[in-house]
Write a protein that binds this ligand. Structure first.
Ligand SMILES: Nc1ncnc2c1ncn2[C@@H]1O[C@H](COP(=O)(O)OP(=O)(O)OP(=O)(O)O)[C@@H](O)[C@H]1O
Length: 235
């Protein structure tokens, strides 16, 4: 059986005066995994820990068999934060060319990433003049540059219209079909059905994990929102 792409054991993270993650354990296999939980439950903090951007107090975080933050993981992980992290005054192609140089990958990778996110026709447009959804796709293209084995996406569909959301989820599945693990955080429970596997999170802990079917069956709830409420009530 394939080893998990991410393995987290007893991770404790303190931000400010608060223990945001009080000893969380979880794993992420290949495929599309949804990390779902209400605003403020610690999703971003957990994702930052996986990509090595978060100071952790204790516990272990392994990604692709290496400690999180290792240099060896630099091109193997793609991370898209909630705020678009591309240059507004450069075109789509210029942004991709810049980040390709930073990552040390060839210009063909830049072209392929723009194609993958469906922005080939906007290649020469300045990013600042694109729509919100198009800008998020530029960030996603940057994250795809190193052909990552793990793609970490922090609420990538917030504020997008239903058609764009559907297109993005299709893209996540195509990426996962190519062999990568895709971890997507969301506080929108109806996105759960689009995932192979779910991690339901509350107050810094995982309260359920399994496929959407398994979680519904376990709780007897008709949908994931109902299952979440059931689990919160049970706790
Ligand atoms: N820089 C910081 N300093 C102190 N506390 C912080 C900091 N950033 C976040 N927190 C706190 O950590 C907790 C978890 O925040 P986090 O951003 O991980 O949650 P989240 O589940 O991603 O929320 P959202 O869905 O709203 O993005 C929150 O209570 C927040 O107030």
């Amino acid at each position: 059986m394939m080893k998990n792409v991410v393995e987290v054991h007893d991770l404790v993270v303190v931000r400010g005066a608060r223990e945001v993650l009080p000893g969380i354990s979880l794993d992420v296999p290949a495929g599309v995994t949804g990390l779902l939980g209400p605003s403020g439950c610690g999703k971003t903090t957990l994702l930052r820990s996986l990509v090595g951007a978060q100071r952790v107090r204790s516990g272990s975080v392994e990604v692709l068999g290496e400690p999180a933050g290792s240099k060896a993981l630099r091109t193997r992980i793609g991370y898209v934060t909630q705020a678009a992290s591309v240059y507004d005054d450069l075109t789509v192609a210029e942004n991709l060319a810049f980040f390709a140089r930073v990552l040390g990958v060839g210009s063909d990778a830049a072209g392929a990433a723009v194609e993958a996110v469906g922005l080939a026709d906007h290649r020469s447009q300045v990013v600042g003049r694109l729509s919100g959804g198009q800008r998020s796709r530029v960030s996603l293209a940057v994250a795809l540059l190193g052909t990552p084995d793990l793609l970490v996406l922090d609420e990538p569909t917030v504020g997008l219209d239903p058609v764009l959301r559907r297109d993005l989820w299709e893209l996540f599945h195509r990426i996962a079909d190519g062999g990568a693990a895709v971890l997507v955080s969301s506080h929108v429970m109806d996105e759960a059905e689009r995932c192979h596997r779910l991690l339901l999170m509350r107050e810094g802990r995982i309260i359920a994990d399994g496929s959407p079917d398994e979680i519904r069956e376990r709780t007897g709830a008709p949908d994931i929102e109902g299952a979440f409420l059931h689990l919160v009530g049970a706790a």
